[in-house]
Design a protein around this ligand. Structure first.
Ligand SMILES: Nc1nc2c(c(=O)[nH]1)N[C@H]1C(S)=C(S)[C@@H](COP(=O)(O)O)O[C@H]1N2
Ligand SMILES: [Mo]
Length: 406
């Protein structure tokens, strides 16, 4: 399996356009259209892609047909998350099986470069490939801890995994096309879910995100492989944009178009959703969007609260955009911290690392929490910052576990 050695160092809410009455109408039409196209497309999927199959169902907590959260127990025992266990988050019904029938023939439209073109995955492959291992995490992971019951799936800790991706670095593609046009500030990536002729014209309905150009040219990939297998349909095959250190929504699946633009996309997932919107405020494109992830860690909930005093606890930690520097634990609500050793393999800047420790404390009940600190000195915060969508919860206090040493 390719690993850190090859790594460079380094909701379901239906989107909708503006005016309220029109918005409600469009939303209803969109929903109806989704319902109409959904089952017929779904019919082309294998059982394991339409829903978790019998073998894998035990790995998931279902929040609806296209939102599957992984059980912590199915995440905690491997440094790399097998694709059969990786959480799934799709805004729209999964596309038809035909999407992955001819993987090398899948077409990507590229514009905003000196040379505008359409490239097949086979042509992209000829540009060369690199691999990187990365934490993939939904921006709404940890949403269930928020008090105001945000809309969207009530993810606990399992809308996350750590995956190795292989594909062509975007900087190589851009170089091959003569560089980006003057004034380009973003790469805007469009998901290829088939909408329908009516919805297709509504940019707002597309799963489309804009990524800052510097990041794109630094270390983003167009990936066709995950964990050494062709990317499965539910995870965005044949082609997916990989933006290491950024939240899940930026990792556009079924990538069909990449535009180098001077403005951010007008899609709902760029303009209205996935922004840190204060409670009670309306959506505004000036609110910060969910791009880079910050440091985060947690201790895997032990199977039983009662633990022998010799038992060890285990967890994972990652830095997000920057590499992890260290992990600390507290048993007194943050009054004192002690560093604990990371024991898992180092799979590169964007991967998570396992840690493990013993408590060595008198018998009794404890609330144990961990916090990650990145190389820039950023610390996982004590509290979540309330925001309407329930995004970006890295609170160490929310993720504390209870143990009773007996
Ligand atoms: N085309 C497309 N890309 C998408 C999405 C989507 O609905 N359509 N969902 C996004 C969200 S919100 C997340 S969290 C991740 C989930 O990736 P996974 O399903 O492979 O775990 O994909 C992102 N990319
Ligand atoms: Mo997500």
């Amino acid at each position: 399996m390719p690993n850190g050695a090859r790594t460079r160092p380094g909701t379901t809410e239906p989107p909708s356009p503006t005016s309220p009455g029109r918005r409600r109408l469009l939303r209803r039409a969109a929903l109806a259209a989704t319902l109409v196209t959904g089952p017929s497309l779904g019919g082309c999927l294998t059982a394991s892609e339409r829903s978790p199959d019998e073998r894998s169902r035990r790995h998931f907590i279902l929040h609806g047909s296209t939102h599957w959260e992984t059980h912590p127990a199915s995440l905690s025992d491997t440094p790399i998350t097998p694709h059969e266990r990786l959480y799934v988050c799709n805004h729209l019904p999964f596309p038809a099986r035909g999407f992955v029938a001819d993987r090398s023939g899948w077409k990507l439209e590229v514009d905003g470069t000196r040379q505008t073109t359409v490239l097949s995955v086979a042509q992209l492959r000829s540009l060369g490939e690199e691999s990187l291992t990365m934490v993939l995490q939904c921006a709404g992971n940890g949403r269930r801890f928020f008090d105001h019951r945000p809309r969207g799936p009530g993810w606990g800790i399992g809308a996350v995994g750590c995956v190795t991706w292989t594909g062509v670095p975007l900087r190589r593609l851009v170089a091959a096309l003569g560089g980006v046009g003057r004034g380009a500030r973003y790469a805007t990536a469009t998901g290829g879910e088939p909408l329908n002729p009516f919805l297709d014209r509504l940019v707002s309905m597309r799963v489309e995100r804009s990524i800052p150009l510097e990041k794109v040219l630094d270390d983003c990939l167009l990936a066709w492989t995950m964990n050494d297998v062709p990317i499965p349909l539910v995870h965005g095959g044949p082609l997916r944009l990989i933006v290491p250190g950024y939240f899940g929504i930026n990792q556009i699946k079924y990538l069909r178009k990449l535009s180098f633009t001077d403005k951010e996309s007008d899609s709902s997932v760029m303009r209205r959703l996935y922004r840190y919107r204060p409670l009670g405020a309306g959506p505004a494109p000036t609110q910060p969007t969910t791009w880079a992830m910050g440091p985060k860690s947690w201790i895997w909930p032990p199977r039983d609260v009662a633990q022998p005093r010799s038992a060890s606890l285990r967890g994972v930690a990652f830095g997000g955009l920057d590499a992890l520097e260290r992990v600390e634990i507290t048993v007194d609500e943050g009054r004192s911290w002690r560093a604990v050793p990371v024991t898992g393999p180092d799979l590169g800047r964007y991967a998570w690392r396992a840690f493990e420790f013993r408590l060595d404390l008198p018998r009794g009940a404890y609330r144990v929490a961990s916090r990650a600190i990145d190389i820039a000195g950023r610390r996982q915060p004590r509290r979540r910052t309330p925001n309407a969508g329930g995004y970006g919860n890295a609170s160490w206090s929310d993720h504390a576990v209870r143990v009773e040493l007996v």
